[in-house]
Design a protein around this ligand. Sequence first.
Ligand code: G4P
Length: 526
Amino acid sequence: MLEKEIAKRRIFGIISHPDAGKTTLTEKLLLFGGAIQKAGAVKSNKADRAATSDFMEIEKQRGISVATSVMGFEYKGCKINILDTPGHKDFAEDTYRTLTAVDSVILVVDCVKGVEEQTRKLMKVCRMRHIPVIIFINKMDREGKVPFDLLEELEKELNISTRPLSWPIGIGSTFKGVYQLYQKKLKLFSGLIKKQRAEDVVQLDNLEDPELDKQIGEKPAQTLREEVELVEGVYEPFDLSLYRAGYLAPVFFGSAINNFGVEELLDTFIEIAPPPQARETNVRTISPNENKFTGFIFKIHANLDPNHRDRIAFCRICSGKFERNKFYTHTRLGKKLKFASPTSFMADAKSLVEEAWPGDVVGLYDAGNFKIGDTLTEGEDLKFMGIPSFSPEIFREVENADPMKSKQFEKGISQLVDEGVAQLFYQNQKSRKFVGTVGELQFEVIKFRMLHEYGASCNFRSIGFQKASWVSSDNDQSLQQFLRSNASRVGADKEGKPVYFSHSQWDIDTEKRNFPDVVFHETSEW
Ligand code: G4P
């Protein structure tokens, strides 16, 4: 039973630079899966993208993203979970954390713009974690870059080998369809239409078929034959194990809005994307088919309704069977907890779950027990690894602006940090608090939420640091000496781990030379 349930499941994230078409592709995948009936059901993260912050929009956005944080659907016998990731760069930390809960990723790239800033950053995280990545080159109905140039750009800029598994026939106004290199099948579309109908598709099994010349014209047919021959000659056959190890990215071409190339992507995805994988803990590797349940929290969402202060903690199930109303151990607190209303997510609908399996995500109502990275087990004392904090890019000192509300202030900051809205660092025996984020927007979100949810006011003061490096050393004396001589620049993270704050890479390089025994880490886990 367990093995069968695991084999059916795929859990992945869709990532992209804003505007490349992540929302549109997600929606088309859900349409194929029958999880939604019409386009428009998945809300575009417009508020997310707004250049200026509009608090109500942020709040609305948070509301929407509860429903769209996980979108489950069934397709050809597979149970697929898409984890949504915010596109806006100010919410990048949220995206990085979501990537800890997936087994693979689909990266959407705009064929006109090619590789963009967020594409690069997100791929860096995928590479670091060896997450298998499929690339979908979108908007082929526009006059974009030449496919061969795009592939070269992806390899060079993203530092990953690529292997096209579909090939476009024409581009822009001449885009006529895609040839499935993996299944060796050809699909032609007659005209650009918002919703593709079965009768608009001509399927051919053989590139030599004269029907091809008739359908798209002799010259384009010849070009396609030549290009496919070139692709097959230049690229090694697709190597599944290299893809699954995160070294090789299969590439698909299409146009999400026109529904072109999406089915090809999905059909290949369910064949090649990895089922739920084993995961590392601080004690041992947990295989999904172990009988005992384990899982971890990768996202926490505050309830918008002020009358219901509970939060939803999203738990990725890693092994065994999760059951409603059964006691599980919260390993950080050493506390037994049971959940009366665990929730599963199917597109925009939520429902109560009695049981769930590895590769599923359940929403757990929480009154403040969880923080990101927490582990649940059937009693074994362990903690899932690989959910580190990354260095923030903007730092501000936070101060309580209302001395009468210091309790509310402390509680608010602590809970927002547990939720992962920002990171908190301390200096001078906790007398100074630094909040670190990846975007300006978070400071406004914190200010707003502190006031509206906790009744606390806060002020932020710029402190100019641009990077936090976690520091360690095998030589404790060296580490202590380093900490002493950099007293004004060191502090601790929320767990008490020592951190060095710097203005630039130059600072770090200088200190590395001064203290060769001290190691500077980019993330909190090493
Ligand atoms: P995102 O989530 O990655 O930010 O992108 P989203 O899907 O919202 O798409 C961004 C814009 O690109 C949208 O246009 C969308 O309609 C368009 N788009 C998506 N796929 C394709 C495609 O295959 N071809 C073309 N030509 N356009 C595509 P918009 O004008 O910003 O929004 P809307 O008013 O169309 O919703």
